[in-house]
Write a protein that binds this ligand. Sequence first.
Ligand SMILES: Nc1nc2c(ncn2[C@@H]2O[C@H](COP(=O)(O)OP(=O)(O)OP(=O)(O)O)[C@@H](O)[C@H]2O)c(=O)[nH]1
Ligand SMILES: [Zn+2]
Length: 345
Amino acid sequence: MARERDEHDRFERPRRHTKPRTKVRPNYDAAATARVVTIDRGRYTVTLDPSTGSGSGSDPSTGSGSESRVITAMKSRNLGRKGVVVGDHVRVVGDVSGDEGSLARIVEVTPRRTVLRRTADDDDPVERIIVANADQLVIVAALADPPPRAGLIDRCLVAAFDAGMQPLVCLTKSDLGSADELVAMLEPLGVKVVVTRQGGDLEVVRDALRDRTSVLVGHSGVGKSTLVNALVPDANRSVSYVNAVTGRGRHTSTSAISLELPFGGWIIDTPGIRSFGLAHVEVDDLIKAFPDLQDAARDCPRGCLHTAAEPECALDAAVADGSLARERVESFRRILDSMNQRDDY
Ligand SMILES: Nc1nc2c(ncn2[C@@H]2O[C@H](COP(=O)(O)OP(=O)(O)OP(=O)(O)O)[C@@H](O)[C@H]2O)c(=O)[nH]1
Ligand SMILES: [Zn+2]
């Protein structure tokens, strides 16, 4: 679903060996592959995949923990208006040495597996993709100070399901409040929850993040930086961060920034993202994240929106005959409703 809307899908990649090479469509199969870690004023900081750069041959999608070469690149003209976002897998040509002052060119963007969008707002009327290719959305909420808002968590869940990303709810500041209520709220949806506090044991969090690409979202003050610094002890000195900061003065943009986890995988922080684009989400897309509900909904009348107001929704029948748990249907309807409430996230 997310893939169908991917703007890049309309542009076919040149297939290896099937088409004759022409001057019109250069073949970049030999170009180095890299991933975009942050963007600042038209300059893309990318890390060269270890297999292209140093020849270690490890899987670039999981991150091996080895030092990746960081280079600065610009978008090539042939990409036209096509966007390049954090998390994109790209091909780069030109000076890929990564030496001070060097500048490579991004010539191709690999089709995206997932896309996460933010909504249009006053500053920018277009709903834009903010992160590509992430497989997990980590929704960070504090148990107190600031108090958690269930509606926001629900909206983030919708964004995750719609984007084809697995949600993980991370409840911070467990020293200040109990997680029981939120855990009970999320359990019927099958959403994984981890509970943390500053200075606490992070093993469960590490296990949930290991070898995946996770996007962190959460409001200011919930303890996101505290968490990132605990997971990536040298976050402020990491290659991508330093490059973004020292490369061209201060890192002033609000671009997402991708950090390699020392235990494998990546986390992408999203400063300044206040809301997700949910306007395009269809009920039929959302329900795909719940195969049992989707299955039961096959008996719904055409055009059924599956809300509690629908007189003949088959989800109610399934609850009545015991094939679906009432809490699960009610929880699904709750996140369905959250979609239509205008609010941050
Ligand atoms: N009591 C308590 N305080 C915490 C915990 N984690 C973080 N804090 C405090 O909460 C405040 C906000 O933490 P940050 O990590 O800066 O939060 P953030 O989400 O990164 O916020 P921004 O930097 O504004 O985006 C700081 O004063 C932290 O010391 C925790 O587990 N328990
Ligand atoms: Zn229905």
